[in-house]
Design a protein around this ligand. Structure first.
Ligand code: 5GP
Ligand code: ZN
Length: 142
């Protein structure tokens, strides 16, 4: 896509610190370096978000992530773990609308990345959960 910043990175029109690329994906350092080694993995084909993947592209992209994650982890003995994140839609904090996966190396539980899930379990009855479950299951063929 002509004006997409990540498509420009794929075409090398914008420089990047690329750590891996092949015919399907490109992996490069996120400019923000949320933690040192913060890397983005993107499909070379422009798709906006997770909802646009077909099974083949999903398999091709996901199959490359563990190898890239292992290399990032091995790059620094201080990396103890990694969060892998994929934001979809502005409401979910997506700011670049070319699908990408964040590999965020973790050094300590108090480094520069944090993520919390609020525990709302006491607000849902079994009936509520059953209703949510059924609604998702009903759309699984879409
Ligand atoms: P999002 O917020 O969409 O999940 O993540 C987009 C990411 O792209 C951000 O973490 C941001 O730092 C990164 N980013 C934006 N522009 C550029 C760029 O030109 N080069 C690189 N390497 N990363 C970028
Ligand atoms: Zn793009």
């Amino acid at each position: 896509m002509k004006d997409c910043i990540f498509c420009k990175i794929v075409r090398n029109e914008i420089p990047s610190y690329t750590v891996y690329e092949d015919d399907v994906v490109k992996a490069f350092l996120d400019i923000s370096q949320g933690t040192p080694g913060h890397t983005l993995v993107i499909p070379k084909k422009h798709i906006a978000n997770i909802f646009e993947y077909d099974p083949q592209l999903a398999a091709e992209v996901f199959s490359r992530i563990p190898k890239i994650a292992r290399a990032v982890k091995a790059s620094n003995p201080d990396i103890k773990g990694m969060n892998i994140l994929n934001n979809n839609g502005q409401v979910a904090y997506q700011s670049v609308f070319h699908s990408h996966f964040h590999l965020v190396p973790r050094y300590t539980t108090h480094d520069d990345f944090s993520m919390t899930f609020k525990d709302n379990s006491n607000k849902y009855t079994a009936e509520d959960l059953k209703q949510i479950q059924n609604s998702i299951v009903d759309h699984m063929g879409d």
